[in-house]
Design a protein around this ligand. Sequence first.
Ligand code: ADP
Length: 154
Amino acid sequence: YAGKKNDEIFGEQLRKMHVKDYKAVPAVIAETATVYDAIVTMFVEDCGTLSVVKEHGILSGVISRKDLLKVAIGKQELDTVPVSLVMTRMPNIVTVTGEETVYEAARKLVENAIDSLPVVKVIDALTKKFEVVGRFTKTTVTKILVELGSNRDI
Ligand code: ADP
């Protein structure tokens, strides 16, 4: 790579990597589940954000740790409040597809100041019908950095 700066090579590498090759398995919860269920699911799945889905895994919203803390400081009964009441909902969800690059996904995390993106397959773009097929998180980005850092050939 005659004369190329290291950061150019690094940037080039990031734009060649695709979300589908690095995404984690989806962490989902049904719309009808309760806030209590969401807290338990977060512990069991060891993650900080859940995709909320309706039938056939269609994305309905996202619920984060802070969304749950917000309800928890209120007086509501956690086992009766449905997640659909406290989640951030479609069409306001920032998503990524498997075909987008790791660079684009990381940029969406930074620009929207969020920890996690649902990785989706577009079923119907017009009505924003997206099927959840994975997740791309800040942890994913950190793992990619460690992998690139340990690769002494590049
Ligand atoms: P936390 O709230 O645990 O710090 P985030 O910073 O990711 O986690 O979430 C901040 C807010 O943004 C929450 O209200 C959450 O519902 C919302 N949010 C999280 N991920 C997304 C996303 N991909 N698209 C839109 N909103 C999101």
